[in-house]
Design a protein around this ligand. Structure first.
Ligand code: SF4
Length: 338
């Protein structure tokens, strides 16, 4: 059984400007009965709880069996023996779990159904684009619906995007939906001397798009020994000013071996900043926090509710045809990520 004291000792170092991310002992005392109830029910129902790093810290450190980014969690799900999957993230990630485990029930405890990237493109858009670009391979970011994946050739995550674009056997690529990541891909392919014709869709992640070079500049003037880390959903201008760019797992790994004497500006959703503050409290992190309202709409109350009495809205449903077509796209990711 988790105690309020144990939880508080983990969360007390979190100091981000993200609303709700200030942890007192009394808040931890409120969380713990819910957490223990969820953990008991989880065992009873042979459920596994997967949690994305952008979700609120009390969920990550209270109930998660696996924590990570889209790619790591997709791999974790593939090997799970659980009967029930609770995916605490956003809907497209729950759909990826269902694509890989069609025989299992997948539930998402998310209030705000959405993601600015996944919502920016539909399967019908891809059908029209394929007519316009019949010779292009369609490469989709994992932040897409199952229907969109079903129309694409291969899926990528921010951990493997550059290698897959390089390795995929086509010189003509249509990448979607993230335009900013697409611009970063074009730059990285030039750097690698890989010659491909790359067309882009127009979506953006509203969280990462909000980071601006002007803000980074002012932090660079203010802090000595500043290291800037950025996610590839940020603009190329932001990546140019960064010392390291990578997926959330790659950013965390970078921090593990980075010097404790530097100051760090970590340009991704503030869940990663919270994880660094909990797991590497000696690191000096500057608080520039952009919060994803979709990820943060997951709550402990909702997780308990979907475990006890899920509604139809909480269940991920994908038709057999779409699941089979989308699986080809997701399996291609595992094949080409090398
Ligand atoms: S952080 Fe951006 S890409 Fe991730 S779920 Fe939120 S809106 Fe979508």
């Amino acid at each position: 059984m988790l105690t309020a004291e144990t939880l508080y000792n983990k969360l007390k170092n979190i100091k981000t400007a993200c609303p709700g991310c200030d942890y007192s002992m009394s808040r931890c005392e409120e969380f713990v009965p819910l957490i223990n109830k969820i953990n008991d029910l989880k065992k009873e129902k042979n459920a596994v709880i997967l949690v994305h790093s952008y979700v609120s810290p009390e969920i990550i450190y209270g109930i998660a069996d696996y924590v990570g980014d889209s790619y790591g969690l997709s791999k974790d799900i593939k090997n799970s023996n659980a009967d029930l999957i609770i995916f605490v993230a956003v809907k497209f990630m729950g759909e990826t779990a269902k694509i890989l485990n069609p025989e299992k029930e997948v539930l998402i405890p998310n209030e705000l159904n959405g993601c600015s990237l996944a919502d920016s493109v539909t399967a019908q858009d891809i059908v029209s684009l394929k007519k316009q670009y019949p010779d292009h391979a369609f490469v989709c970011y994992i932040n897409t619906t199952a229907e969109v994946k079903a129309e694409c050739d291969v899926c990528v995550t921010s951990s493997n995007v550059y290698n897959i674009i390089e390795n995929y056997p086509s010189d003509k690529i249509y990448f979607l939906p993230d335009r900013l990541m697409g611009l970063n891909i074009i730059e990285e392919m030039k750097r690698r001397r890989v010659n491909k014709d790359i067309k882009l869709w127009t979506g953006t992640c509203y969280v990462h798009e909000a980071f601006k070079p002007e803000a980074i500049n002012s932090f660079k003037l203010q802090y000595k020994n500043l290291k800037v880390l950025a996610h590839p959903e940020c603009s190329p201008d932001v990546l140019h000013m960064s010392d390291f760019a990578g997926s959330t797992s790659q950013l965390l790994n970078y921090m593990k071996t980075a010097s404790d004497s530097n100051n760090f500006l970590v340009l991704t959703e503030c869940g990663i900043v919270s994880r660094i503050q909990v797991e590497m409290p000696q690191k000096k992190i500057i608080d520039l926090c952009n919060m994803c309202k979709y990820m943060k709409s997951n709550t402990l109350e909702n997780v308990l509710r979907v475990l006890q009495n899920p509604s139809e809205k909480d269940k991920i449903k994908i038709s057999e045809d779409i699941q089979k077509m989308a699986l080809v796209c997701v399996e291609a990711m595992f094949k080409y990520s090398g």
